[in-house]
Design a protein around this ligand. Structure first.
Ligand code: AGP
Length: 614
């Protein structure tokens, strides 16, 4: 969704901002703009469309200045157009604003401001913010005071960055609630502001994350943080380990392809340092802050997440229930937050999120906090809100994921959940030493098994070629691989726009089997897991109705080879880890179908990488 970048320092702000925005393209946007302070005046370039359009505007009419802010917009109020693109300038020409989030009470505020004489030049909710700031600047000379007073009127969640000719030596940034983050980066005599780390990682790893209801006054020399009540805040400076180079496409055509191939490394990093293969075969997850006493107190776990992360949670349910014998419910975060779930102090609520900024997931966490649950998260983005809100967390170790379709940030949490189940089983005494040793030893195999799935890419490509023109597709799975069917279908639909449904295979006969014919390929996930025989009979049933079957099967499975139309082969994988390998050919299949259809694989239409609005 929307992205923000700001710069103040000795260098030319424009290329730094444009470059930062480029690194946020993956979040999804439909227009872009920037404002620079040039010779005491605010100069703006903005338009609908991609950043290349903004670059053209800047080339045609260059900007020069040492302070600036930029924005990529994902339309909520008003169509994507030049007048609705950010930054938004006030009537005096002295204040300019970029904004992530939704001003929930903007209709009332707009009316109030119009009654006071404000003239609106866009259809956006954001424009009320700049008029509010100007309202207060007419009675005070203190910019941060005026911004604080203005922000006091806003309902909803926001990330806001303000620039003003009145105090041209500073950028003001604020965060209210969970509309994405605000991060401030330190350079040499220069400072950076952004909604997300990748925008500024090439310049700095030394950063400060704003909490909700905090405001930062950023100058070339540093930053001061205060609450929205004006109280000074002591803050922590983080050193971020992410390598900016890993956020580049490298040899790959698309980020998604790169990220699928990075899974060998991300799975290695996921396990590294957390598993003691040599002595005792224990699992260490220190950031979870889990004590023996606490582990034994847990009566129930809710896993809450959205999209792909929720599918990972469904696998986690099977693992935790099997290994640690704790009842687990998986709740889509947008439902959990409004369902008044039965949660108490003996309940763990575990949120899973790649971005750590998904509005529904954060709201579900807040709901769990209100009800007194122990709050955990599995998160990829370091320093994100979902990491900071939790009592304990597991960091995914996937590195930046840029493609909108989540791939490596799906398989890493599967392994995290497997390790968590072992740790819980160990502490609660449901796992004997022999079983633990075996489960941990299996973990060591997983990066190599993932690599062997990737080696079969050319075969997957052939199947993709055969399926590239289909209109619909059904994915079936069962047991621990039922979520694999959901995830395979989600991957296909989100990037290829082919209608795809994931279904629990046992439900076929209760309806969906009516759809099966030659025009409706059925992807059957049938590795050698405890549900194998059931899945085999599913293939027979689909074939008996003339269906075209694509099976995901284990190497050497002659029965499936004989009956299926196409087979995506997997190396033999311990069944509790089979969702990790089984999903890889499905990621590749979706990727190649979308690429063959000539689609924008990394930024599919209507989708955003971080869904920071409800
Ligand atoms: C996955 O491919 C998606 N585009 C989407 O479902 C995503 O997983 C979901 O929006 C949750 O995001 P999060 O992990 O950042 O919370």
């Amino acid at each position: 969704m929307c992205g923000i970048v700001g710069y103040i320092g000795p260098r030319d702000a424009t290329p730094i901002i444009l470059n930062g925005l480029k690194r946020l393209e993956y979040r999804g946007y439909d227009s872009a703009g920037l404002a620079v302070l040039q010779d005491g005046h605010i100069q703006i370039r903005r338009d609908a469309g991609k950043l290349s359009r903004l670059q053209t505007l800047v080339d045609e009419s260059p900007l020069q200045g040492h302070v600036g802010i930029g924005h990529t917009r994902w339309a909520t109020h008003g169509e994507p157009s030049a007048r609705n693109a950010h930054p938004h300038l006030g009537m005096t020409g002295e204040v300019v604003v970029v904004h992530n989030g939704i001003v929930e009470n903007f209709l009332e505020l707009r009316q109030e401001l119009r009654d006071e004489g404000a003239v609106f030049n866009s259809d956006t909710d954001t424009e009320v913010i700049v008029h509010l700031i100007e309202r207060y600047l007419s009675t005070t000379n203190d910019l941060s005071h005026a911004v604080r007073l203005a922000l006091g009127h806003l309902k909803g969640a926001h990330g806001i960055v303000v620039l003003s000719t009145r105090e041209a030596d500073k950028i003001i940034a604020a965060r209210i609630g969970n509309a994405g983050g605000v991060v401030i980066g330190y350079g040499q005599d220069e400072m950076f502001v952004a909604s997300d780390l990748p925008a500024i990682l090439e310049h700095t790893r030394k950063v400060v994350f704003l909490e909700s209801r905090q405001m930062a006054v950023v100058t070339r020399q540093g930053v001061q943080v205060q609450t929205l009540d004006g109280e000074p805040v002591e803050f922590e400076i983080h050193n971020v380990p992410w390598d900016p180079v890993s956020a580049e496409k490298g040899e790959y055509r698309h980020f998604m392809a790169k990220e699928i191939h990075e899974q060998v490394r991300s799975l290695t990093d996921t396990i590294a340092g957390r598993v003691d293969f040599e002595n005792g075969h224990g699992v260490r997850l220190p950031e979870l802050n889990l004590t023996l006493e606490r582990a034994r107190q847990i009566k129930k776990i809710f896993i809450t997440a959205c999209g792909t992360a929720a599918h990972a949670g469904m696998v986690g349910k099977v693992l935790i229930e099997r290994i640690a014998r704790i009842p687990v419910e998986v709740d889509i975060a947008s439902e959990f937050r409004y369902r008044d779930p039965i949660v108490d102090r003996d309940t763990v609520v575990l949120a899973i999120s790649q971005s750590g900024e998904t509005a529904d997931t954060l709201a579900a966490m807040e709901e769990a906090r209100r009800k007194g649950a122990l709050l955990w998260s599995i998160v990829n983005a370091i320093g994100s809100q979902a990491m900071r809100l939790a009592d304990g967390y597991i960091s995914m170790q996937s590195g930046p994921e840029i493609g909108v379709a989540s791939t490596k940030a799906y398989t890493a949490p599967l392994v995290d959940l497997y390790m968590l189940a072992i740790l819980l089983g160990d502490l609660r005494g449901t796992l004997d030493a022999g079983s633990r040793r075996r489960l941990v030893a299996d973990l060591r195999l997983i990066p190599d098994l993932a690599g062997r799935c990737l080696d079969r890419e050319p075969e997957v490509e052939k199947v993709a070629y055969a399926l590239k023109d289909v209109q619909h597709c059904l994915y079936l799975g069962r047991g621990i691989n039922m979520p694999t069917a959901y995830e395979g279908a989600l991957k296909l639909k989100e990037i290829s726009y082919i209608h795809a449904e994931g279904y629990p295979a046992g439900e076929m006969k209760h309806g969906p089997i009516a759809l099966v014919d030659r025009e409706m390929p059925v992807v059957v996930i049938a590795p050698r897991d405890p549900w194998y025989d059931k899945m085999f009979s599913q293939i027979e049933q689909a074939k008996a109705r003339g269906g075209l079957v694509v099976a995901v099967a284990t190497d050497g499975d002659e029965r499936i080879a004989d009956i299926a139309d196409y087979v995506l082969w997997l190396p033999e994988t311990p069944w509790m880890l089979s969702p990790v390998t089984a999903v890889i050919p499905l990621q590749l299949l979706a990727y190649h179908i979308a690429a063959l259809r000539g689609l924008d694989v990394d930024q599919p239409r209507n989708l955003a990488k971080s869904v920071t609005v409800e």
